[in-house]
Design a protein around this ligand. Sequence first.
Ligand code: UD1
Ligand code: CA
Length: 471
Amino acid sequence: MELAAVILAAGQGTRMKSDVPKVLHPLVGRPLIAYAVETAQMTTGNTPVLVVGHGAEAVRETVGNGAVFVEQAEQRGTGHAVLQAREVLQGQADLVLVTYADMPLLTVKTLRQLVQRQQENPGPITMLTRVDENPRGFGRVIRDESGAVIRIVEQAVATPEELAIRELNAGVYCFDADWLWANVDRIPLSLPKREYYLTDTVGMAAAEGLRVEAIATKDAYETLGINTRVHLAEAESALRCRINERWMLAGVTIIDPATTYIEPDVTIGADTVIWPNTHLRGQTTIDEHCQIGPNTIVVDCEIGKRCRVRASVLEQAVMEDNSDIGPFGHLRKGARLCEGAHVGNFGELKNSTLGPGAKMGHFSYLGDAEVGAGANIGAGTITCNYDGVRKHKTVIEEDAFIGSDSMLVAPVRVGRGAKTGAGSVVTHDIPAGAVAYGVPARVRGDASARRIETQDEGPKETEEEGEGGAG
Ligand code: UD1
Ligand code: CA
């Protein structure tokens, strides 16, 4: 049976008091609209039809090819909104799901139950309801003495008796497509708002003597519609709880779920521990047995097994197995800590690789640098990678030992096992095994290395020897 979905997103969302269209406000790192689109797509297996109006251009741009768009030029009610989808969908599907763009916590599971009920009891409509002591302005479900649903009454026009009803219309429906397309343009105009209410289709079906089915959701959050920023914050916290629970049940320890912010696309391996005030965002993957946090932000990173990240900020970086950073480390775009590498406090890497087992303990910056295995980057080392116009590369080969407070003026290469003295300003390559120090740094004590430098800068030989004598 072919299943289509229509998502209503044309409303203005005035109560958000925002220049940004309501459905583009971010919720746990994604635009609000993304949730309804994904849920509809997963339920039906088809690209949903999105009815857009206010902020249509921005919404189209954000959703891209995630939906088929139809425009509701004037917002004349939910019934009128669904009518806009008829041209695209008539003859394409047997059943039509209708949901709202501003109901992000509705689940695929509930929509599947709605569809299943409709398939088991083929009538014109199966609707979703919720029994709640707090009616939040929802339409009330009116049943007759036999218990059959006969109508929905909007709060604004309900009688006191109707207002006392606690069975609420969620605004989510599964329609028989033929019945819907034959009737959606027959909805009467409702006063005083002069709108065409989709809810009136329920009364129309009942008046024809057709049975309207209803199923109820027990989860209040599923039907939470975002109208204000207060609702947005409620949804944020509810969604965060759901995500955190999912990871805890999958074997992740979360010390304090209330201060742990995990976005929907993040994945985490079992036996990893997330400490308080940690934000895991974007396309981040974390493997097993890691310790992450406290006070950490990780965005779009790949973190291997048994890694440790304390009070640090990581963006578009990779940490291989057994590497660690922090406290107060910063990995920026293109940083890679290879297996077992260590970055201590106030270390920053950008577009740089710290080789296997290499160490950078304190107050250092590596930009556009490649550091070999086992190298040691002394406290306060800086790669001077930017000359004001272009970025240049620094290569530090394996087992090199960079003395504290060295300035490596790129482009420059420090050879395998070479050493720099504390406070050196390295402006020329240092051969493997050599020791260099001073400002600017000169190679000392190694005959072969001195020969190389002599060829490069013969005239400075005497100066170097004088310095050497003094040192
Ligand atoms: C609607 C239902 C109400 C239900 C409630 C649940 C109607 C008449 N009422 O009321 O019974 O309890 O949802 O949340 O349907 N939209 C359009 N075009 C329009 C009008 C609305 O696309 O012309 C969209 C809005 O962007 C929104 C959705 O439809 O996503 C719901 O519209 P809204 O005006 O918020 O309806 P409610 O007053 O919440
Ligand atoms: Ca609403």
